[in-house]
Design a protein around this ligand. Structure first.
Ligand code: VAH
Length: 316
């Protein structure tokens, strides 16, 4: 039987789907979900849940010891757009939650950690096309700075204390089960909801802003595959580039119009345009492909079909 897993930030966009998938794989009672506030009915009724402040070391330690947790997925974070509005709150949450989990691993109270980084670690001076695994990283956002710092600490704790921490640099993630929370790539989820409800969408990014994106099923599969991978295969202990697809809001709108012919998009770039302009437009994820057999399965057309079909069902 798999040893108990703790998901911190289980009510977020990734955490919600990670909880569902890990519970189906390892048994609901083996996967403890936790967050600063309660989640939706489905999540709350699907297995054990703890209200937990990820920045409170003693509280995290109590949950770990009570359930005899072996692995921790630390999914709690303040994302790019919100972090620009609350820089110090973002730094506190994103960094102190990581130190709490890394220190529990250093003290051997847990044996394995997953921590999400992001393509936000790259900045305006990074090569934009096919961004390499190792390259210039001068993030210009609070979120990106916290993710770059976090990557350095993950590598340090692995080298210095032997902590088995694993990480991927997620692109923008697209899912229908939960709404995203405060990211610059949120348009790629909102657009489907608005297309079905209103037949149109006002995009907060310019139509030609190409960004790396991924359908959530691919992201969850990559996360679990990395955690299941034999430790000797893992050569990157900062964070792996993870690529899925890259597209612009205009290309996404064209994909939707194939299914909703009258759909109309307009553009009204806001403060998030500057954030998006500082990020890569495509990612080289060859290290993940070579070292743990990563391979995305969803392209934009398949993503649009999945999103529209599922949202039509739940909006009925
Ligand atoms: C954000 N969705 O927009 C997140 C993600 C690559 C973007 O990290 O902040």
């Amino acid at each position: 039987m798999h040893k108990p897993i703790l998901i911190i930030g289980a009510c977020g966009q990734i955490g919600t789907e990670l909880t569902i998938e890990l519970r189906s794989k390892y048994g609901a009672e083996n996967v403890i979900a936790s967050d600063i506030r309660e989640g939706g009915e489905a999540l709350m009724q699907s297995g054990p849940f703890e209200l937990l402040d990820a920045t409170d070391y003693e509280a995290v330690e109590d949950v770990v010891m009570h359930y005899e947790i072996d692995e921790v997925y630390l999914m709690a974070a303040m994302l790019s757009a919100t972090a620009e509005k609350f820089p110090m709150r973002a730094w506190n949450l994103n960094m102190n939650s990581l130190f709490n989990v890394l220190n529990l691993a250093k003290e051997k109270k847990i044996t394995k950690v997953f921590w999400p980084s992001s393509i936000a670690v790259f900045g305006p001076n990074t090569p934009k096309e096919n961004t390499p695994q190792s390259t210039i990283m001068e993030p210009s956002t609070v979120y990106g700075i916290s993710k770059q710092s976090g990557e350095r600490w993950c590598e340090y704790y692995h080298k210095k204390y032997g902590v088995d921490v694993r990480s991927v640099r997620y692109p923008g993630l697209i899912s229908w089960k939960t709404m995203p929370g405060g990211g610059t790539t949120d348009y790629a989820v909102e657009i489907y909801h608005e297309a079905l409800k209103k037949g149109g969408y006002e995009c907060f990014l310019d139509g030609n802003t190409q960004l790396p994106m991924m359908y959530m099923d691919d992201a969850i599969r990559a996360t679990i595959n990395l955690m299941d991978c034999p430790t000797e295969n893992i050569k990157v202990r900062s964070s792996y580039n993870l690529g899925g697809m890259s597209f612009t809001p205009k290309q996404m709108a064209d994909s939707i119009t194939q299914h909703i012919p009258d759909f109309e998009i307009t553009y009204a770039p806001d403060f998030r345009q500057e954030i998006a302009d500082s990020w890569p437009s495509s990612i080289d994820d060859s290290a993940a492909r070579e070292e743990w057999d990563w391979e995305p399965r969803f392209n934009l057309e398949q993503t649009t079909i999945e999103m529209l079909d599922n949202l039509k069902t739940i909006q009925k």
